[in-house]
Write a protein that binds this ligand. Structure first.
Ligand code: FAD
Length: 480
């Protein structure tokens, strides 16, 4: 019997239940990844994928096996594998959101057609339908979901060890990395972006080993201060594990068990570990929501927002994308995203609020840009994050909460370090002028700085745009 382990976002060998179980059954095993250039999330994510697959291929080869990589139309490639290797059983890790849902639906059809067994495995802490309210309902607000989850954490399966021997996965010929992946990852912008994720030895910190190193480094150096520092974008105080998690280079279960174990080590503050676990639970919540409400990726959760009068201002959208809005904290965030493929969580909230609530642009435009440019672009977290900020999602930010980028900048980037790092036009100005340079034009002249020449004037009026947005929300209130 030949068993296909079909990979999606589970590019690791440890805690890989489908692989572990197939090897236990002593089957001949084919480990495969199918890259369909039509079914990708976005270019930044795809650039990372190329390197992650390459790392995994090396890890599999080191244990005597091979990774089969196919490129082309998903349906055709999947069918080709089933037929060529006379596959009788397929196992995979279930994923939410697109393009995974489409692939999984196609895999199901093909397995039915060829009478092949298909078994999905869950890589969340718990399968979504195990986290239900007392009445058996699903949660749509984070806090009650989280409280329930905490009562169930003792049921999370123990992470599995990595297999030692993968000779059962040996192929006649090793595969080459798909040409489209090479093309995307070799573009000059991608090379520059990925350079931000290199180690001191100049190698890209991608893959399972790099994910563990980053996790351990976070635990040792940053975790205790995480609750105090995580909101300050100039500090590297968060784990930056989101990309590793998105590609499944480390599993949520592995992290949970390591964090729980750390609680009995006096070097770690239990409160800090709990705050970090709570943040990971947001990720679980995003997947949970998309599992029960797959339309959340494209439709507002609150039906009344289906008719919300968003504006179509391509000029504002482009200045936002390019980091030229004239609001330094917004521009710093958008440029960090463009250069590194990542952005700090607080700044993600600020730039999303500016686009949806000040520029009054649909959250879908922002979500699409993030999907294209984030290396950690994740269908569930991205949709949840945008709908939360735009006020149209489950558990959304209250409609009257518009982040004021100036107030937020003064509070979370007091010395303008983050701003100056990404908006070098402002680097010679005192920090106090960097949060809202348009309010200090006369003082800026002594630094040879002219607004509109050295840095854009603000592209909109904060107070007026806020008032207009609130009026629209008010008018939309009773829409059903
Ligand atoms: C508009 C918007 C869009 C977003 N899009 C994405 C996305 O496409 N992909 C993505 O992974 N995250 C997204 N997030 C969530 C969050 O910003 C990132 O997960 C976080 O910044 C990643 O950095 P980190 O790994 O250092 O986080 P840490 O603070 O170290 O947190 C550890 C992990 O917990 C999870 N996590 C933390 N905060 C959140 C959150 N608010 N929601 C969901 N999970 C969270 C992530 O997996 C993260 O890696 C978005 C947030 C917003 C407001």
């Amino acid at each position: 019997m030949t068993h296909l382990i079909w990979l999606q976002r589970d590019l690791r060998l440890a805690d890989h239940a489908p692989l572990f179980k197939a090897l236990q059954r002593q089957h001949k095993v084919v480990i495969a990844y199918i890259h369909d250039p039509k079914l990708t999330i976005g270019d930044a994510n795809t650039a990372w994928l190329a390197h992650s697959l390459s790392q995994l291929q090396q890890s599999i080869a080191a244990k005597g096996g091979d990774l089969l990589m196919l490129e082309g139309d998903f349906e055709a490639c999947f069918e080709q594998i089933i037929q060529k290797y006379t596959i009788e059983q397929v196992s995979y890790h279930y994923e939410v959101g697109q393009p995974f849902k489409q692939q999984q639906d196609l895999a199901l059809q093909l397995c039915k057609k060829h009478k092949v067994g298909l078994q999905p495995f869950d890589q969340a802490w718990l399968p979504a339908d195990q986290v239900l309210s007392q009445k058996g309902g699903t949660y749509s607000v984070f806090t009650p979901f989280y409280k329930k989850l905490l009562t169930l954490l003792n049921q999370v399966a123990l992470p599995l060890n990595a297999p030692q021997d993968l000779s059962a996965c040996k192929l006649e010929q090793p595969s080459a990395l798909p040409a489209d992946l090479i093309k995307v990852s070799q573009q000059p912008w991608a090379i520059k972006m990925l350079a931000h994720w290199s180690t001191a030895e100049d190698t890209l910190a991608v893959g399972e080993k790099a994910a563990w190193l980053r996790f351990e480094s976070f635990l040792h150096h940053d975790c205790n201060d995480y609750p105090d520092n995580r909101d300050f974008p100039s500090q590297s105080a968060t784990s930056q594990l989101s990309t590793h998690l998105q590609f499944g280079e480390i599993s949520m279960r592995q992290m949970l068990y390591a964090l729980q174990a750390a609680k009995s080590n006096p070097d770690y503050k239990i409160h800090a570990l709990d705050i970090f676990i709570r943040q990971l639970a947001w990720r679980e919540f995003g997947r949970y929501l998309l599992h029960f409400h797959p339309q959340l990726e494209t439709e507002p959760f609150q039906a009344k927002f289906a008719h919300f009068p968003w504006d179509d201002r391509p000029d504002l959208l482009v200045s936002w994308q390019m980091g030229k809005t004239g609001f330094p904290i917004i521009d710093a965030g958008m440029r960090e995203l463009w250069h590194t493929g990542w952005m700090h969580n607080r700044v993600r909230m600020l730039v999303a609020s500016w686009l949806t609530k000040n520029a009054n642009h649909s959250w879908r435009d922002g979500q699409a840009w993030f999907a294209h440019t984030l290396i950690d672009a994740d269908p569930a977290n991205n949709a949840m994050g945008w709908q939360w900020v735009a006020g149209c999602g489950v558990d959304a930010a209250p409609y009257y909460r518009l982040f004021n980028p100036v107030v937020q900048s003064e509070k979370f980037d007091i010395h303008a370090e983050y701003i100056k790092r990404w908006v070098p036009e402002l680097k010679n100005l005192p920090a106090r002028y960097c949060h809202a340079p348009w309010l200090h034009q006369a003082s800026l002249e002594q630094y040879g700085f002219k607004l509109g020449k050295h840095y854009p004037k603000p592209q909109l009026d904060l107070q007026q745009s806020r008032a207009e947005h609130l009026q629209r929300v008010e008018a939309n209130k009773n829409y059903t």
